[in-house]
Design a protein around this ligand. Structure first.
Ligand code: ZN
Length: 584
C-alpha cells in the first residue's frame, strides 16, 4: 500500500528540477509526488520535520551485480563472506549474511539502509533470466530491472555481420519481452565468443572465430538497434581488453563508434514533471570506466589512463559513464567477460570459476582483495575517483563500484565522501602506496563535489541515463514518492570532518519508498511493494516472423527446448512493462 506523507522544511537536492539545497516541503499522496495536500489528506498524512537535514530523491543504482547465476556462484565461492557480515532476523525481516556478495534479503535491506530504492542488475544472460528473476523477486525493498547480455549472442553476431539491422532489432525487441529485461548490455564484444576457443580479441577490428564479426561492428550495430527501437536506456558497453595495461586506447576508440548515432529514446508513458529535459541524450553508456582506463604497457609501468578518456568525454556529448571505483578491501570480481576474469585469476592464483552460456555469452568469478599497500590497487583507487572528478559535467557521470567488482555497494558512502572531501583523499594518499599519487593526476585535483553533484551522480543522472526519470530520481509532480533523508545539515558541512559524512551516508535517517517510511536510522520498518521493469518494444510483425524462423531453426543447438526459453510474467513481482513506441 502506498503512503501519504509530508517532509517539512528539509534542504532539498533535486537536480532534475534544479533545486539546489532550497528549503522546501515535499508532498506525497498515495505513493506519488504531488504539489500539495488537501486539508483532508493532511489529517491522514505522516509528517516528518526535516529541518537541518538533507533531502534527496531515493537512490538509484544503474549498475550493480546482485542477482543471477554468477552472483550465486560468487556466494558459493566465498563461504568466509558469511562470517564477516551478518544480520539477525526481526519480526519483519529475514536474517542474512555476506560482505561482498550478501544473501538476497540482506542486499535489499543494506541498499535501503543507505537510502536506495531502485537498483538495476547489470548483466542477465538470456538463458539465466529465470534464475535472475527468481533472485530479484526475493530481494526486498527495491524496484529492479536487468540488462540483457547481447554482445556475443550467436543470433546477434550473425545479423550484425550480415548488416541485417531490421532482423537484429526484431531479435532484441523479442528477447527483451521473452526474458522480461530492460536494456542492451554489450560485454567484451566478439571476445567472449572467442573465449570459447581459449582466445580473446585485442583490437576493435579483429574478427572473431567463425562469426568473423569485429567488436566495432557489434558496438556500432547494437547502438543503431538501440536507437532504432527507441530503448529507454543507452546501449550499455563493457569495452574490450578490460583489465589489461594500455587498454585506454581501445576504450577511447570504442566510445567514438557511437558518436554518429543520435540518441532517440521513445517511450510511450506518462512522465513526472521536471524542469530540465529528463529524456536521455547519450548514445553510449560506458560502464566501470576505471577498469578500461589502464595506461602503461605492463604491470611494471602501469599508470592511470583516465585523463585521455575524460578529455575525450569533456569534448563530446554522446557519452555517459559510470566509474567502477575501488574503495579498498574485499571484492568479488564477477563479469560476463570470462577471459578477463581468467587473466585475473592467473594473477591471484586463487579460486576461479568460469561458465559458458551456450549460444549466448559467458561469465567468470574470482575473489579479490584490493590492498592499500599494493601499487596497482592504489592507483586503481585514484583512477576511479579521476573518472568522476575529471569530467567537468556531472551529467556525464554516475558513481558505482561495479559492485562487487571494485568493492561492495555498501562502500558507496566512502566513495561519495572521497568525491566531497579533498582532505579525505589526502588522508588516503598518505595511507596507500605512492603510485596512487605518482601515477595518476588525482593528487592535483582540488575539486570537491557538492551535495547537488552527489544527487546527480546517484539519483538524477542514473535515472535519466537508464530512462527511469519518468518516475525515479526527482521530486517532480507524478514521480514515485521515493525519498532519502540524511542527517546532514548542508549549512554546517565541514569536508575536513569526513568521518561524519561517511557515517551519515552509510545510514540514512529515513528511507521512504512510495510515500512510506521503510527504513529509519538503519532499522527496516516495513517491507514495501516492489516492481520489476522490462522493456516492451515492438517491430513490424513480418520482421518478427522472419527472425523467429531463424531462432527456431538454430534452437536445436541449445540444450533445452524452445518452449522452456521464455521467462513467464509470474516470475516477476509486479511486472511493469515500459512500452516503447517504435513507430513514432
Ligand atoms: Zn558490472
Amino acid at each position: 500500500m502506498a503512503g501519504t506523507i509530508v517532509i517539512r522544511n528539509g534542504s532539498v537536492y533535486d537536480p532534475l528540477n534544479e533545486v539546489n539545497g532550497e528549503k522546501q516541503d515535499i508532498f506525497i499522496k498515495d505513493g506519488k509526488v504531488v504539489s500539495e495536500l488537501s486539508d483532508a489528506d493532511m489529517r491522514d498524512a505522516k509528517v516528518i520535520d526535516a529541518t537541518g537535514k538533507t533531502v534527496m530523491p531515493g537512490g538509484v543504482d544503474s549498475h550493480s551485480h546482485i542477482a543471477g547465476a554468477k552472483v550465486n556462484v560468487g556466494r558459493m565461492m566465498r563461504p568466509e563472506d558469511g562470517y564477516k557480515a551478518t544480520m539477525t532476523k526481526t519480526a519483519i525481516t529475514h536474517s542474512g549474511s555476506g560482505e561482498t556478495v550478501p544473501s538476497v534479503y540482506m542486499e535489499g535491506y543494506e541498499y535501503s539502509q543507505m537510502g536506495y530504492t531502485t537498483v538495476f542488475e547489470a548483466a542477465v544472460p538470456p538463458m539465466e533470466a529465470r534464475h535472475t528473476h527468481e533472485e530479484m523477486r526475493s530481494i526486498p525493498m527495491l524496484d529492479m530491472g536487468g540488462y540483457l547480455v547481447l554482445g556475443n549472442n550467436w543470433f546477434m553476431m550473425r545479423y550484425l555481420k550480415e548488416g541485417d539491422i531490421d532482423r537484429a532489432a526484431a531479435y532484441v525487441s523479442w528477447m527483451m519481452k521473452t526474458h522480461k529485461t530492460y536494456g542492451i548490455k554489450c560485454v567484451n564484444p566478439a571476445g567472449v565468443e572467442n573465449w570459447g576457443w581459449g582466445k580473446n580479441v585485442s583490437s576493435l577490428d579483429e574478427a572473431n572465430i567463425h562469426f568473423e564479426v569485429t567488436p566495432r561492428e557489434i558496438i556500432d550495430g547494437l547502438t543503431e538497434v538501440n536507437e532504432m527501437l527507441g530503448m529507454p536506456m543507452s546501449m550499455h558497453l563493457h569495452a574490450n581488453n578490460l583489465g589489461h595495461p594500455g587498454n585506454f586506447e581501445t576504450t577511447k576508440e570504442s566510445m567514438k563508434i557511437s558518436s554518429s548515432v543520435k540518441a532517440k529514446q521513445n517511450m510511450d508513458l506518462d512522465w513526472a514533471e521536471t524542469k530540465i529535459d529528463a529524456s536521455r541524450d547519450k548514445s553510449v553508456y560506458l560502464t566501470h570506466m576505471m577498469f578500461n582506463a589502464f595506461g602503461g604497457t605492463s604491470w611494471r609501468d602501469f599508470e592511470s589512463g583516465v585523463k585521455p578518456l575524460t578529455d575525450y568525454i569533456n569534448s563530446t556529448d554522446h557519452v555517459v559513464i559510470d566509474s567502477g571505483c575501488v574503495p579498498f578491501g574485499e571484492a568479488t570480481c564477477m563479469t560476463g567477460d570470462g577471459p578477463s576474469i581468467h587473466d585475473l585469476s592467473v594473477l591471484t592464483g586463487g579460486k576461479w570459476s568460469n561458465t559458458d552460456v551456450e549460444l549466448e555469452c559467458g561469465s567468470g568469478v574470482c575473489p579479490f582483495t584490493y590492498l592499500k599497500s599494493n601499487p596497482v590497487h592504489s592507483t586503481q583507487w585514484a583512477m576511479g575517483l579521476e573518472c568522476l572528478l575529471l569530467v567537468d559535467d556531472p551529467w556525464k557521470t554516475i558513481m558505482t563500484t561495479d559492485s562487487p567488482n571494485g568493492g561492495p555497494f555498501t562502500k558507496y558512502p566512502l566513495v561519495m565522501t572521497w568525491l566531497m572531501s579533498e582532505k579525505f583523499r589526502d588522508q588516503t594518499f598518505s595511507e596507500c602506496h605512492p603510485w596512487a599519487n605518482d601515477r595518476s593526476t588525482l593528487g592535483g585535483v582540488d575539486r570537491e563535489m557538492s551535495l547537488y553533484d552527489i544527487a546527480i551522480l546517484t539519483r538524477a543522472n542514473t535515472s535519466k541515463t537508464i530512462g527511469m526519470a519518468h518516475r525515479k530520481g526527482s521530486f517532480g509532480v507524478g514521480a514515485d514518492g521515493d525519498v532519502t533523508i540524511y542527517d546532514i545539515d548542508p549549512s554546517k558541512i565541514d569536508t575536513r570532518e569526513y568521518s561524519d559524512l561517511i557515517n551519515k551516508f552509510s545510514t540514512a535517517e529515513y528511507t521512504i519508498k512510495d510515500g512510506q517510511v521503510v527504513c529509519h536510522n538503519g532499522e527496516i520498518t516495513m517491507i514495501p511493494e516492489k516492481r520489476t521493469y522490462y522493456t516492451d518494444a515492438s517491430v513490424p510483425d513480418a520482421n518478427e516472423k522472419e527472425m523467429l524462423k531463424d531462432v527456431q531453426e538454430w534452437f536445436r543447438y541449445y540444450s533445452h527446448g524452445f518452449n522452456h526459453y521464455p521467462t513467464p510474467e509470474n516470475y516477476l513481482v509486479n511486472p511493469t512493462a515500459i512500452k516503447v513506441n517504435t513507430e513514432k
